[in-house]
Design a protein around this ligand. Sequence first.
Ligand SMILES: Nc1nc2c(ncn2[C@@H]2O[C@H](COP(=O)(O)OP(=O)(O)OP(=O)(O)O)[C@@H](O)[C@H]2O)c(=O)[nH]1
Ligand SMILES: [Zn+2]
Length: 192
Amino acid sequence: MNKEKEFEEAVTKVLELLGEDPQREGLLKTPARVAKALKFLTEGYQQDPEEILNQALFSTSNDEMVLVRDIEFYSMCEHHMLPIIGRAHVAYIPDGKVVGLSKIPRIVNVYARRLQIQEQMTEQIADAILSTIKPKGVAVVVHARHMCMEMRGVQKINSTTVSSALRGLFKSDERTRNEFYNLINTPTPSNF
Ligand SMILES: Nc1nc2c(ncn2[C@@H]2O[C@H](COP(=O)(O)OP(=O)(O)OP(=O)(O)O)[C@@H](O)[C@H]2O)c(=O)[nH]1
Ligand SMILES: [Zn+2]
């Protein structure tokens, strides 16, 4: 049996266990849809973050902070396979190399589209940038809502979880760290 069929049969089984009739009209295509959706939501397993970053590395003499903030992402927690909905802020201080800007949200997606815990995802993003761009420092802050804490379980709909990973100058130099936190907390101008 091919993998797709196997996947669809597993979803059909889940529907049956939920007391549903997988043969009713509305559910006929559901196993195939679920398989396709889950494949998309976990496509990060098939992607290599270093390869993505290496596609666009440019030499530079600039050593000022580069920050891409408010990168929205959707992930799934590895405990309940329920959505994690969040925003990531990613900054680094170049040391001879900058990366194509679009590659930063791409790296966020690579790690978000796996089964995750937020703290691990935050560190993975920082470490991929650190090992590839080799900057003077990297900072990643992630704000997220966990549906396993909202739709079920403790049911706290207004709580967000904040995690951070600081490397190099962001860890050792308070001024750099403060500049980063000020920049991510500055509201986007209303006429932007
Ligand atoms: N640290 C961390 N924990 C997470 C994350 N996503 C979900 N969790 C937690 O993982 C834990 C799993 O705990 P268990 O007690 O095994 O699971 P549970 O019985 O479903 O727990 P409740 O959610 O408290 O009902 C829960 O406390 C979740 O809130 C995450 O990204 N980071
Ligand atoms: Zn969870």
